[in-house]
Design a protein. Sequence first.
Length: 441
Amino acid sequence: MHNDACGSFVRPEISKTAHLKVTKRLCCITFMLCTAFVNAAQANAQIVPLWQASKLELQLRNYYFSREFSDLKAPGAQRSAEWAQGALISFKSGYSATPLQNGFDLHAFAGLKLDSSRSKMNSGLLALDDDGTAADSYGRLAGTLKFKAGSTELRVGELMPNLPLLSYSDIRLLPPSYQGASLHSALGSKLILQAGYLESTSLRNRAGRDKLQAMLGHIPQRQVSSNSFRYLGADYQLSANSQWRLWYAQLEDLYQQAYLNWQQQVALTARLQFKANLGVFSAKEHGQAWLNDVDNQALYVQLSLKQGAHTGYIGYQQMNGDSAFPRVFANVSILGNEVPTFEFASAGEKSWQLRYDTDFSAFGLQGFSSTLRYIKSHGARVGTVTNGQAFERDLDLAYSIQQGVLKGLSIRLRNVTARANYRTDIDENRLILNYNIVFSR
């Protein structure tokens, strides 16, 4: 999982009535899509593969989240602590046997409050009612049309992109999603091209749609919004162990960002594997420049050694330029030192990371793993602070049932201690149960 310090900042902007209207409209669209494809299947045998290769997935997630703000001096809640149950149902059709293959995906998202109070809300798990309290439940329906010709696929509708410049942030009860179009094309076995246009988002604890906004470092930029996010990227597999990535994106009238990445794996011995991951970002203002001057160049290097059950990492990350690292609001990035609570991406910030992963399957404990991580930074420029310092220590324990009737059930426990002299100190605990079931034909 990645950074999600922005989770507690989400506030409602539309009423229950508006939520109901959106939900009804999505229900109608979903019904019409299903009806159209069922009629097509009955009329033309070429559509039959739609159903023969279809897949139904059910993901149940039970999530307890507790975050204490240990140095918070302002009045108000000193802690966020909520417990919720989430469900995501996805139906993914196959493709028709027509020259231009087509299909569709349908998604249903639902969240249910199990425990919350006015003094401990805003964990990012639950939607908020008009009175500012956590909603008893929330949800949405969404659909995606997909078209395929050879190795090129066009998707239109609800999207959950996982891109270098817009990483998939499934780090709370329900995942966020975006509305727009994406194009994915494999040119041979080595080169993949992608492009897309996104016009709105459904945040992870909201039922409706929101405009696209930005964050600079850990600070949401609520004063302005954007009408679109456009991206273009190329991934080139130089060899089985070497990859290059080159990407560019625009959050219209807010910022534009480029990304270059190189990854290399080397087998030092039969059991010892070395991996290097080097990434460079460059961002500046775009269009009307409603965020004023954006000037950020980010560098990260992550090196790892893996031997059997053990993997050790060392990482370095540096922010250059006059502004913090920009990203789409309420999302994460693939910065090497971005972790569960802090992202170490303020202007001028330099950070080091040490990490140790263990896979206990080698010791007879199938499905059990752990991650221990420590990051320390200095040099951050935030407000009147000119040499901001921070550290974060994370411990993750995870267990996944490997067989039997409960195969697909996983349990994750996370404990975080994060301290800084330029932002709020945090002590955090999470307990997450996931249960995934796949029905395919």
